[in-house]
Design a protein around this ligand. Structure first.
Ligand SMILES: Nc1ncnc2c1ncn2[C@@H]1O[C@H](COP(=O)(O)OP(=O)(O)O)[C@@H](O)[C@H]1O
Ligand SMILES: [Mg+2]
Length: 426
């Protein structure tokens, strides 16, 4: 029986399932509770479906009542809602930044301003409140237009010409499509995207292994954006040393800039980068939490004790030792393939029975997102992204083959998956 620290994990996606699994591997034998969790997480640890992770009072009351020694926040919404602020006021260690730090993700304009102050390489930009001012700020096409607020991955438009730019600016600033008052107009960068996440303790940023995700629904990066259809780790050419160099130029200065402003950042600082062919790079955005689906590919490779790292990150300077020694990684590659339901991303169909979850190869790890138990005890679809299927392999090609072999065995009506995840790494 687990007898170690009581840990509350907030969220209910495959990312949180991967976090729960990694915490369970801790030699501290934590007792984990997840809210709201999902059907897959509920098979492994306790879940509390009635707790709203975005209600700071309710989360504090629950954490206090159950004597949680650590709260790990998965998604951004609870952070933006101030859950970490409420927990720290109550003296409960929380892995995840307060509301001010979460503005890095919640406001693209704030994010750009912090990067500029911190000297982090990023695309040239202007912040505008009127379409005409936006058009006047454009020097060449394509240009990138970003709503200044959380927009569920739909607030970024790459405009090929003036007609498209005008339409986007009017949609955001006149029709107020995402309720934003301002937009960021920025230079379009070329290259390959990279996700580099770092654990932060307010002072020190400690990079995790590199990863890449796939946001579009169809092969070849076609079709609408999704929450993420797959990922892999590590990215060829971005090993430990390169990750540390990028972190020193990107995450560390941002962390220090926030600290100068009196914003201690404890949690994951996730940089979305564009890597140019010449080796240069620019930061596209920051997120303030673990990435989904990157986490499903990164954490199965982590050999260090995730629980100890997250505990340390809640203390100012707590990660200094870990940063000096570096993290331990499984040298193998990991590939994650996401299975989505019929209609996704425009809609999602619920209630399709899922088969093939039992008897998968031992090297295949399935994490749940939109799943539920039906009345007969079968697992059915209950959301857009349904499952993540991850496999390790000696190289990306082997991991990819194993992940797809596992994914093919899991069936449900309307199942959607991309067939080209990690192909570029092989
Ligand atoms: N300056 C840029 N140059 C080229 N592509 C960009 C740029 N900014 C964003 N993008 C593209 O748009 C996507 C979404 O932008 P991002 O800033 O990550 O916003 P969000 O994830 O909040 O939707 C990126 O993953 C990238 O593909
Ligand atoms: Mg992004």
């Amino acid at each position: 029986m687990a007898s170690g620290p009581i840990v509350l994990v907030l969220g209910g996606g495959a990312r949180e399932h991967a976090i729960v699994r990694a915490l369970e591997r801790s030699p501290q034998r934590p007792r984990i509770v997840c809210a709201p969790g999902n059907a897959g997480i509920a098979r492994e640890v306790g879940v509390v479906t009635s707790l709203d992770p975005c209600d700071p009072e309710a989360v504090c009351a629950f954490a206090r009542e159950h004597r949680a020694e650590l709260v790990v926040v998965g998604p951004e919404a609870p952070l933006v809602a101030g859950v970490a602020d409420a927990l720290s006021a109550a003296g409960i260690p929380c892995f995840g930044p307060g509301r001010e730090g979460a503005r890095l993700e919640g406001s693209k304009a704030f994010c750009k301003e912090v990067m500029l102050a911190a000297g982090v390489p990023t695309a040239a930009y202007s912040v505008v409140t009127e379409p005409e001012a936006g058009l006047a700020a454009i020097e060449r096409y394509p240009v990138v237009i970003k709503a200044d607020g959380l927009a569920a991955g739909k607030g970024v438009i790459i405009a090929a010409d003036e007609t498209q730019a005008r339409a986007a600016l009017e949609d955001l600033l006149v029709a107020h499509r995402f309720g934003t008052e301002q937009v960021v107009v920025e230079e379009h960068l070329q290259g390959e995207e990279l996700s580099l996440l770092a654990l932060c303790d307010g002072e020190t940023a400690l990079p995790l292994a590199s990863a890449q995700d796939y946001k579009r629904i169809f092969d070849g990066d076609e079709g609408p954006n999704t929450g993420g259809m797959g990922s892999y780790s590590p990215v060829p050419g971005v090993g430990d040393e390169r990750a540390r160099a990028i972190c020193a130029a990107v995450h560390q200065p941002v962390l220090e800039e926030l600290a100068r402003r009196g914003i201690p950042f404890h949690g994951v600082l996730y940089a979305g980068l564009m890597m140019a062919p010449d080796g240069g790079f620019g930061v596209l955005e920051f997120n303030v939490r673990f990435g989904d689906p990157e986490t499903q590919a990164i954490l199965p490779r982590l050999r260090s004790d995730l629980l100890a790292l997250l505990q340390s990150a809640t203390q100012p300077g707590g990660l200094a030792d870990a940063a000096a020694h570096g993290l331990e990684w499984d040298p193998r590659s990991a590939v994650t393939v996401v299975l989505a339901s019929a209609g996704y991303p425009e809609s999602s169909r619920s209630g399709d029975r899922i088969s093939g979850l039992d008897g998968l190869d031992g090297q295949v790890e399935v994490t749940h997102a939109g799943t539920a138990d039906d009345d007969s005890g079968s697992i059915v679809t209950a959301g857009g992204r349904v499952l993540s299927v991850t496999a390790l392999g000696t190289d990306a090609a082997a991991a990819r083959a194993a992940a797809y072999a596992g994914a093919e065995r899991i069936e449900f009506d309307g199942r959607q998956m991309r067939s080209d995840i990690a192909l570029r790494a092989t």
